[in-house]
Design a binder for this molecule. Structure first.
Ligand SMILES: [Zn+2]
Length: 66
């Protein structure tokens, strides 16, 4: 199982909507989600990374914490 990082849906890794980004495969549920990612990869790649606090500071994992 993979997760569509645009909409958060769980999808099969044999989806035809996938792309290789910086050496990692990213999977999408639909062409719309894939396009959405391609247009704004940074927003999606880092939206869920968190600030490095592990969720302990109450920031909600938002990357603009610092
Ligand atoms: Zn999606």
């Amino acid at each position: 199982m993979a997760v569509d990082i645009v909409c958060g849906k769980e999808i099969s890794e044999d989806t035809r909507y996938k792309l290789s980004f910086e050496g990692e495969w990213l999977y999408f549920c639909s062409e719309e989600c894939m396009k959405e990612f391609v247009e704004n990869p940074v927003e999606y790649l880092y939206a869920n990374v968190g600030c490095g606090c592990g969720g302990n500071c109450g920031c909600g994992g938002h990357h603009s914490h610092y």
